[in-house]
Design a binder for this molecule. Structure first.
Ligand code: SAM
Length: 296
């Protein structure tokens, strides 16, 4: 199989390799998203560890894999470790999959990867769909820096503390939520983040009835109060802009800093970018002010 590494085609190594743990991403709704490499791994490893053997059995049936399945879920994470490591020790290979998406992202994975690494077995990811990043990249909200919260804690006091932190967070935040808790989460976000905070609600990603709406927390709350939430949801919450504005310097000070940089010999577009990053003013705005100065 060939793979592209940006500039050239490289010959991939033959897989699966003995003594290797493969973390395999599987579809979050659309079977077409299972990559040829993932299929090949799932048809050739010694063992597949999965959350639910019945559910994963259906996937294996579709791709014609007859590899044995072993349950690996949140209730047997620890007790299964020895058994799984033994497979690697005997030069077998394991594929870890979850019910959907990338193992390790709000799904079992971390403990097994850690245990395999401690014993120096190779761990390789066969990348695949993940609801978090899929929802993020279609939101149009800043994605250069973001944070992932997954499901919020259930315990009321811990949950409230987490919600407060999220409300203060400057970066875009990704949250998973079940349909029956969605309205209550939106109400909480509304009271802590303000009504106008942008939010994207992505529903049933990659599936036939996929939908995503970019709106405000208040409008989303109203919408789902009337329209009962159904399906799987991922929320992308815009960051808190007030925090970044709190220590904001004045416009004239920002322009002053810009002029100083330019006088030192920095190119105007690079200087505008630097000052934008430093002060939170938009590069475009700084640049236009600069040109107005030059025109005078
Ligand atoms: N490991 C998975 C991943 O990589 O996306 C996430 C597993 S987590 C247990 C399941 C949650 O992910 C769902 O409750 C929902 O919040 C989100 N999710 C999964 N599939 C989705 C989809 N097709 N559309 C929107 N959200 C989805």
């Amino acid at each position: 199989m060939d793979l592209i590494d940006g500039t050239q085609l490289q010959q991939a190594r033959s897989e699966p390799c003995p003594g290797t743990l493969y973390i395999v991403g599987t579809p979050i709704g659309n079977l077409g998203d299972l990559s040829p490499r993932a299929k090949s791994i799932l048809k050739n490893v010694s063992l597949i560890a999965c959350e639910d053997t019945r559910r994963s059995g259906q996937l294996l049936k579709v791709i014609g894999s007859q590899i044995p399945l072993l349950s690996y879920h949140k209730y047997n994470l620890k007790s299964r470790l020895e058994q799984l490591l033994e497979v690697l020790e005997h030069n077998g290979s394991i594929a870890l999959i979850s019910d959907a998406g990338l193992p390790g992202i709000n799904d079992p994975g971390e403990e097994l990867v850690n245990a395999a690494r401690l014993k120096n077995y190779e761990v390789i990811c066969i990348p695949g769909p993940c609801a978090a990043t899929t929802a993020l990249v279609i939101s149009g909200l800043p994605s250069q820096r973001f944070c992932f919260e997954g499901f919020l804690p259930k315990k009321p006091s811990t949950r409230q503390k987490r919600l407060k932190d999220i409300a203060q967070e400057e970066r875009t935040t990704i949250i998973y939520e079940s349909p029956h808790q969605l309205v209550s989460l939106l109400k909480d976000l509304s009271s802590l983040c303000g009504k106008e905070r942008p939010i994207q609600i992505a529903r049933e990603l990659t599936k036939r009835y996929e939908e995503s709406m970019l709106t405000t927390v208040e409008k989303a709350t109203e919408y789902f109060r009337i329209n009962k939430p159904k399906g799987e949801f991922t929320l992308i919450l815009g960051g808190n802009r007030d925090v970044s504005n709190e220590n904001k310097i004045s416009e004239s000070e920002a322009l002053n800093r810009l002029n100083i940089l330019i006088n030192k010999g920095e190119k105007s577009n690079i200087a505008a970018k630097k000052i934008a990053n430093e002060t939170g003013y938009e590069k475009k705005w700084l640049y236009s002010k600069l040109h107005k100065q030059l025109d005078k």
